[in-house]
Structure formats: structure tokens, C-alpha cells
Design a protein around this ligand. Sequence first.
Ligand code: PEP
Ligand code: MN
Length: 337
Amino acid sequence: MIVVMSSGAGEEDILEVEKKIKSFGYDVHRSKGENRTILGTIGHPREDVREAMEVIPSVEKVVLVSHPFKLVSREYQFDRTIIKAGNIEIGGNKVVMTAGPSVFEGKDFYLQAAESVRKGGADILRGGIYKPRKYTSDFQALEEKGLQIMAAAREMTGLPVMTEVVDQYSVEIVSRYVDIIQVGADNMQNFRLLRDLGQLKKPVLLKRGMSSTIEEWLMAAEYILSNGNNQVILCERGIRTFERFTSNTLDISAVPIVKELSHLPVFVDPSSGTGNRKLVPSLSMAAVAAGADGLLVDVYPNSPDALSSQSQVMEPYKFAQMVASLRELAQAVGRTI
Ligand code: PEP
Ligand code: MN
């Protein structure tokens, strides 16, 4: 349920309405817009509560939300959320390029990769440190040493950095080093982790689970927002279908759907989304045309040596070429890159 306060409502009116909402056993979440304050109730909506709210003079209207997610919805917040990471604005007019290796094994390697993606047009550096690997024999990455290397890359390039957390135990240490925390597809419904990320004051990039519906994905984001952190970026990365020519089926339609349902920025990961580097440029174009606010691309110097996801990683020079063509496309759809 969303309680829209009238434009003339003062702090005292708002406090009174909040108190009333709480008296019914709900938690309440306040959002201050330019002209009015909106109160989201957390708990199952009830008709009698709605009626009790509607008769309060300082309440303009009460909206029963048709979706189970609320704080992430555009009914709750119409204006788009803009998230700052370093000097970069996510969710504004600029389509944000996030690039780097999804796993890396050493400092020289990562610094070189970071510099090459910066030159190629990256706005944010990515790097896999804690990795959810399918096989115990897979390279398991560097953990804290990796975080220090990422911090060095941020220092060197001036770009904000992002890495993935795989459990709630690493949230604290990762949040000390990086600007954006990534939640991988495998962890989208790790609710303990989401709750802990909700307690941070740091942007979180939440990937869509490979077998998750859009509603489940938005509900996962709702966990983070309802715990107090509204800096969430959603990232479509392909879902599991019967198709085997690609490792996942990139659901481009999710971009305009989610942008209509939610005020949160939406990214697309065409690398995980296809598992095939040859498809990354065309799917990136499709993502930008569909309204994506950013891309997340696996870029790896000397890609035949990549320790992870070999078939999807792209060489830095190809990334640079791709960004150049995306710039032209972005212009055609009223965006910049
Ligand atoms: C990644 O981006 O490094 C990754 C592991 O992707 P996903 O969580 O989408 O599988
Ligand atoms: Mn993956």
C-alpha cells in the first residue's frame, strides 16, 4: 500500500500518519519527493487500513499496489533513481560502460587490463575476486589480495571499481575496498546476503537469476531497499531456456519492462547473456536501443588465456571498437556514452 501525502502536509502530519500506519502493525518507509511525501507500508495490504488512511485530511490518496514489490516500483517513486559511483552517474542520460575481466590472477595483469578498458571507453572497472565457481578444480581467485589490486587499479585509472560478493561474510571486507558490490545470478535469492547489503550505504548491482522471473528479480531488489539501501542497479544477464546455441537467452524485453515497472537503473550483461564473444557487440546494440542504462562486459587481454568463461571474453581493442559504434547508436536514441 502506498500512502501519498497531500502537497501541503507538514512534518507533523507525516509523523501522525506514520504513527497510524504503525498502529496497524506495519513498518513504514518514507520517500520525500519534490512536491510530496510518499509513505510505503511494509506488510500485507488490508482494505480496512486503506479506508482508515483515506479519511485523514493530510492524505491525498492511498494506492493499493498491484505488484508484490513496492519500494522498487514507479508507483512508489516515479522519478528515476540516479546512483553515484565515484564521478559516474548511473541511471541518467549516459549509458555507463562497465568492463574488465570476470576473474583475474595478478596485479600486473589487472592493471594492464584496467588501463586498456579505460582507454577503450569504460566508465567503471569490473573484476572477479570472490567467484562462485561451478567446479572445485576452477581457479578460485584472489580474495583480499585481489581487493587491494582493484584499489590500486582505481587509484591508477580514476575509475570506480566493482566486484562480486558470494556470501554475507565477505560483505564487510569487500565494501571497504570497492565502489559497487555485485550480486551474481547464483545469489539473487540469497536473502541473508541481500539483507546485509541493504544495511550498506553503497551501490549494489543485482543480477537476475538464471531461472528467475522479472517479479522474483524485483522482489530480490525489494529486500535490499526495504533494509534501507536504495542504491540498487538491476542487471539482466540471460535466462535459461531450451536454446543451446547460446549459454543463456538474453532477455532484452526485460529492459523496457523493468524500466516501466521500476525506477531503478537497468544494466545488461551481454557476455554472460550469450556466452559468446562474437554476439556481444550486436546484443550490446540491442540493449542500448532497448533503453539499458549500462552494460557489463567481460574484457580480457589475451583472451585465449582467460581463466574463466573463455568463450565470452572480448579483447580490449574489440571492446574499444564496440564502444565507438555504441556511441553512434546511443545518439540515435537520445543517450550519450
Ligand atoms: C560475472 O559477471 O562475473 C558472473 C559470474 O555472472 P553471473 O552472475 O551473471 O553468472
Ligand atoms: Mn557467470
